[in-house]
Write a protein that binds this ligand. Sequence first.
Ligand code: SF4
Length: 78
Amino acid sequence: MKVWIDQDLCTGDGLCEEIAPAVFTLLDDGLAYVKEGDVVKNDPGGSAGMALVPEDLEDAVREASEECPGECIFIEEG
Ligand code: SF4
């Protein structure tokens, strides 16, 4: 599973980071970004902003995507 965020729609509420801090992080610009391990994918849009999700975190990422107020967490299964 891969995940990315459309920062144009992010409200910066931090819900995703609360649900899955290993995958989502808020940066100084007040917006959420995905990360892969310690590497933050802070290039908005495109494949550079996409992170591979470890299997044990997939459920949390799905939950974050469902709860996201901006509806801007996008999952690519497979
Ligand atoms: S839950 Fe959605 S809107 Fe809120 S900070 Fe995360 S990506 Fe942004």
